[in-house]
Design a protein around this ligand. Sequence first.
Ligand SMILES: N[C@@H](CCC(=O)N[C@@H](CS)C(=O)NCC(=O)O)C(=O)O
Length: 216
Amino acid sequence: MSLIVHHLNNSRSQRILWLLEEIGAAYEVKYYDRDPVTNLAPPELLAVHPLGKSPLIEESGDSASGGRGRVIIESGAITEYLCERHGGAHLVPERGSDDHISHLEWLHFAEGSAMTPILLRIYTARLGEAAAPLEPRIAQQLDAHFAYMESRVGENGHFIGDELSAADIMLSFPAEIAIMQGMAPRYPKLAAFVNACHVRPAWQRAREKGGAYYGY
Ligand SMILES: N[C@@H](CCC(=O)N[C@@H](CS)C(=O)NCC(=O)O)C(=O)O
Protein backbone atom coordinates (compact mmCIF):
# COMPACT_ATOMS: atom_id res chain seq x y z
CA MET A 1 0.00 0.00 0.00
CA SER A 2 1.23 3.50 -0.68
CA LEU A 3 -0.05 6.86 0.37
CA ILE A 4 -0.16 9.86 -1.96
CA VAL A 5 -0.98 13.44 -0.91
CA HIS A 6 -2.35 15.58 -3.75
CA HIS A 7 -0.94 18.88 -2.60
CA LEU A 8 -1.86 22.38 -3.80
CA ASN A 9 0.61 25.19 -3.15
CA ASN A 10 -0.45 27.85 -0.60
CA SER A 11 -3.24 25.74 0.81
CA ARG A 12 -4.76 23.82 3.71
CA SER A 13 -3.01 20.77 2.38
CA GLN A 14 0.17 22.00 4.07
CA ARG A 15 -1.14 20.80 7.42
CA ILE A 16 -1.60 17.25 6.08
CA LEU A 17 2.09 17.18 5.15
CA TRP A 18 2.85 18.46 8.66
CA LEU A 19 0.66 15.75 10.23
CA LEU A 20 2.42 13.05 8.19
CA GLU A 21 5.82 14.38 9.25
CA GLU A 22 4.73 14.33 12.92
CA ILE A 23 3.53 10.75 12.49
CA GLY A 24 6.58 9.67 10.54
CA ALA A 25 4.48 7.86 7.91
CA ALA A 26 5.84 7.16 4.44
CA TYR A 27 4.08 9.18 1.73
CA GLU A 28 4.51 10.59 -1.72
CA VAL A 29 3.52 14.14 -2.73
CA LYS A 30 1.92 15.03 -6.07
CA TYR A 31 2.18 18.75 -6.64
CA TYR A 32 -0.42 21.10 -8.15
CA ASP A 33 -0.12 24.86 -8.66
CA ARG A 34 -2.91 27.38 -8.29
CA ASP A 35 -3.90 29.36 -11.37
CA PRO A 36 -2.08 32.70 -11.00
CA VAL A 37 -5.16 34.70 -12.08
CA THR A 38 -8.12 32.86 -10.54
CA ASN A 39 -6.17 31.29 -7.65
CA LEU A 40 -8.15 28.09 -8.31
CA ALA A 41 -6.70 24.59 -8.39
CA PRO A 42 -5.69 23.27 -11.82
CA PRO A 43 -8.08 20.92 -13.70
CA GLU A 44 -5.69 17.98 -13.15
CA LEU A 45 -7.07 17.72 -9.62
CA LEU A 46 -10.53 17.07 -11.08
CA ALA A 47 -9.17 13.84 -12.47
CA VAL A 48 -8.56 12.70 -8.90
CA HIS A 49 -11.88 13.83 -7.39
CA PRO A 50 -14.95 15.63 -8.83
CA LEU A 51 -14.49 18.62 -6.49
CA GLY A 52 -10.89 19.12 -7.60
CA LYS A 53 -9.83 20.55 -4.24
CA SER A 54 -6.86 19.89 -2.00
CA PRO A 55 -6.01 18.19 0.28
CA LEU A 56 -6.81 14.79 -1.15
CA ILE A 57 -5.10 11.63 -0.15
CA GLU A 58 -5.00 8.47 -2.17
CA GLU A 59 -4.33 5.13 -0.63
CA SER A 60 -3.35 2.61 -3.24
CA GLY A 61 -4.69 -0.88 -2.73
CA ASP A 62 -2.53 -3.86 -1.86
CA SER A 63 -2.78 -7.26 -3.46
CA ALA A 64 -5.09 -8.41 -0.63
CA SER A 65 -7.68 -5.80 -1.71
CA GLY A 66 -7.25 -6.70 -5.38
CA GLY A 67 -5.39 -3.44 -5.95
CA ARG A 68 -8.42 -1.28 -5.13
CA GLY A 69 -7.39 1.96 -3.52
CA ARG A 70 -9.41 4.93 -2.45
CA VAL A 71 -9.36 8.70 -2.41
CA ILE A 72 -10.22 10.58 0.79
CA ILE A 73 -11.24 14.25 0.85
CA GLU A 74 -11.70 16.84 3.66
CA SER A 75 -8.81 17.83 5.90
CA GLY A 76 -10.68 16.83 9.08
CA ALA A 77 -11.60 13.39 7.77
CA ILE A 78 -8.10 12.88 6.36
CA THR A 79 -6.63 13.89 9.73
CA GLU A 80 -8.80 11.45 11.67
CA TYR A 81 -8.08 8.69 9.14
CA LEU A 82 -4.32 9.21 9.24
CA CYS A 83 -4.27 9.31 13.04
CA GLU A 84 -6.24 6.08 13.21
CA ARG A 85 -4.60 4.11 10.39
CA HIS A 86 -1.12 5.54 9.97
CA GLY A 87 0.27 5.77 13.48
CA GLY A 88 -1.02 9.10 14.75
CA ALA A 89 -2.91 7.75 17.77
CA HIS A 90 -0.61 9.72 20.09
CA LEU A 91 -2.02 12.94 18.56
CA VAL A 92 -5.57 12.14 19.76
CA PRO A 93 -6.61 12.15 23.45
CA GLU A 94 -7.87 8.91 24.89
CA ARG A 95 -11.34 7.99 23.64
CA GLY A 96 -13.94 8.44 26.40
CA SER A 97 -11.98 11.22 28.11
CA ASP A 98 -13.20 14.81 28.41
CA ASP A 99 -10.15 15.88 26.39
CA HIS A 100 -11.30 13.59 23.57
CA ILE A 101 -14.61 15.48 23.36
CA SER A 102 -12.75 18.82 23.35
CA HIS A 103 -10.51 17.41 20.66
CA LEU A 104 -13.47 16.49 18.47
CA GLU A 105 -14.90 20.00 18.92
CA TRP A 106 -11.68 21.76 18.00
CA LEU A 107 -10.78 19.45 15.14
CA HIS A 108 -14.13 20.16 13.48
CA PHE A 109 -14.28 23.83 14.54
CA ALA A 110 -11.31 24.54 12.24
CA GLU A 111 -13.15 23.81 8.97
CA GLY A 112 -16.76 23.81 10.20
CA SER A 113 -16.74 27.20 11.94
CA ALA A 114 -13.51 29.24 11.72
CA MET A 115 -13.18 29.02 7.95
CA THR A 116 -16.67 30.39 7.20
CA PRO A 117 -16.05 34.09 7.98
CA ILE A 118 -12.50 33.79 6.61
CA LEU A 119 -13.82 32.60 3.24
CA LEU A 120 -16.59 35.20 3.24
CA ARG A 121 -13.94 37.92 3.69
CA ILE A 122 -11.80 36.45 0.88
CA TYR A 123 -14.72 36.24 -1.56
CA THR A 124 -16.35 39.59 -0.74
CA ALA A 125 -12.96 41.33 -1.03
CA ARG A 126 -13.35 40.74 -4.77
CA LEU A 127 -16.56 42.81 -4.80
CA GLY A 128 -14.98 46.07 -3.65
CA GLU A 129 -17.54 48.69 -2.54
CA ALA A 130 -20.41 46.34 -3.36
CA ALA A 131 -19.44 44.28 -0.29
CA ALA A 132 -19.76 47.24 2.11
CA PRO A 133 -23.19 46.21 3.55
CA LEU A 134 -21.80 42.77 4.47
CA GLU A 135 -18.53 43.97 5.93
CA PRO A 136 -19.58 44.76 9.55
CA ARG A 137 -21.19 41.34 9.96
CA ILE A 138 -18.16 39.55 8.49
CA ALA A 139 -15.77 41.58 10.69
CA GLN A 140 -17.87 40.76 13.78
CA GLN A 141 -17.88 37.04 12.93
CA LEU A 142 -14.15 36.98 12.24
CA ASP A 143 -13.51 38.60 15.59
CA ALA A 144 -15.93 36.24 17.38
CA HIS A 145 -14.11 33.15 16.05
CA PHE A 146 -10.55 34.41 16.50
CA ALA A 147 -11.33 35.84 19.96
CA TYR A 148 -12.77 32.46 20.97
CA MET A 149 -9.59 30.72 19.81
CA GLU A 150 -7.49 33.34 21.62
CA SER A 151 -9.43 32.75 24.85
CA ARG A 152 -8.93 28.98 24.73
CA VAL A 153 -5.41 28.36 23.44
CA GLY A 154 -3.00 27.51 26.27
CA GLU A 155 0.17 29.42 27.18
CA ASN A 156 1.91 26.15 26.21
CA GLY A 157 0.85 26.67 22.57
CA HIS A 158 -1.78 23.89 22.57
CA PHE A 159 -5.56 23.87 22.51
CA ILE A 160 -5.91 20.66 24.54
CA GLY A 161 -3.58 19.49 27.29
CA ASP A 162 0.19 19.79 27.22
CA GLU A 163 1.04 18.04 23.99
CA LEU A 164 0.54 18.66 20.29
CA SER A 165 -2.75 17.20 19.08
CA ALA A 166 -4.30 16.62 15.67
CA ALA A 167 -6.70 19.49 16.48
CA ASP A 168 -3.71 21.88 16.89
CA ILE A 169 -2.62 20.88 13.38
CA MET A 170 -6.12 21.54 11.99
CA LEU A 171 -6.36 24.88 13.83
CA SER A 172 -2.97 26.05 12.58
CA PHE A 173 -4.47 27.06 9.21
CA PRO A 174 -7.13 29.53 10.42
CA ALA A 175 -4.65 30.84 13.03
CA GLU A 176 -2.01 31.41 10.35
CA ILE A 177 -4.58 33.34 8.31
CA ALA A 178 -5.35 35.59 11.30
CA ILE A 179 -1.66 36.36 11.70
CA MET A 180 -1.16 36.87 7.93
CA GLN A 181 -3.97 39.43 8.05
CA GLY A 182 -1.98 41.46 10.59
CA MET A 183 -4.00 40.44 13.65
CA ALA A 184 -1.05 39.37 15.86
CA PRO A 185 -1.30 42.48 18.11
CA ARG A 186 -4.99 41.73 18.71
CA TYR A 187 -4.51 37.99 19.26
CA PRO A 188 -1.05 37.55 20.86
CA LYS A 189 -1.77 34.02 22.12
CA LEU A 190 -2.76 32.92 18.61
CA ALA A 191 0.46 34.45 17.31
CA ALA A 192 2.41 32.46 19.94
CA PHE A 193 0.49 29.33 18.92
CA VAL A 194 1.48 29.82 15.27
CA ASN A 195 5.12 30.31 16.30
CA ALA A 196 4.99 27.17 18.45
CA CYS A 197 3.74 25.24 15.39
CA HIS A 198 6.41 26.66 13.11
CA VAL A 199 9.41 25.86 15.32
CA ARG A 200 8.59 22.18 15.30
CA PRO A 201 11.06 20.17 13.18
CA ALA A 202 8.18 18.25 11.58
CA TRP A 203 6.48 21.51 10.53
CA GLN A 204 9.75 22.67 8.99
CA ARG A 205 10.27 19.43 7.09
CA ALA A 206 6.69 19.69 5.78
CA ARG A 207 7.31 23.31 4.80
CA GLU A 208 10.37 22.22 2.79
CA LYS A 209 8.38 19.51 1.04
CA GLY A 210 5.27 21.59 0.36
CA GLY A 211 6.79 24.44 -1.61
CA ALA A 212 5.15 27.88 -1.57
CA TYR A 213 3.17 28.51 1.61
CA TYR A 214 2.12 32.16 1.70
CA GLY A 215 4.76 34.26 3.46
CA TYR A 216 5.71 31.55 5.96
N1 LIG B 1 -13.10 21.80 3.67
C1 LIG B 1 -12.17 21.36 2.66
C2 LIG B 1 -11.77 22.56 1.83
C3 LIG B 1 -10.92 22.21 0.65
C4 LIG B 1 -10.53 23.46 -0.12
O1 LIG B 1 -11.35 24.35 -0.37
N2 LIG B 1 -9.25 23.54 -0.54
C5 LIG B 1 -8.75 24.69 -1.21
C6 LIG B 1 -7.30 24.93 -0.84
S1 LIG B 1 -7.07 25.81 0.67
C7 LIG B 1 -8.75 24.47 -2.72
O2 LIG B 1 -8.50 23.38 -3.16
N3 LIG B 1 -8.94 25.56 -3.46
C8 LIG B 1 -8.80 25.57 -4.88
C9 LIG B 1 -10.10 25.57 -5.64
O3 LIG B 1 -11.17 25.69 -5.00
O4 LIG B 1 -10.05 25.47 -6.87
C10 LIG B 1 -10.96 20.73 3.37
O5 LIG B 1 -10.66 21.12 4.50
O6 LIG B 1 -10.35 19.82 2.81
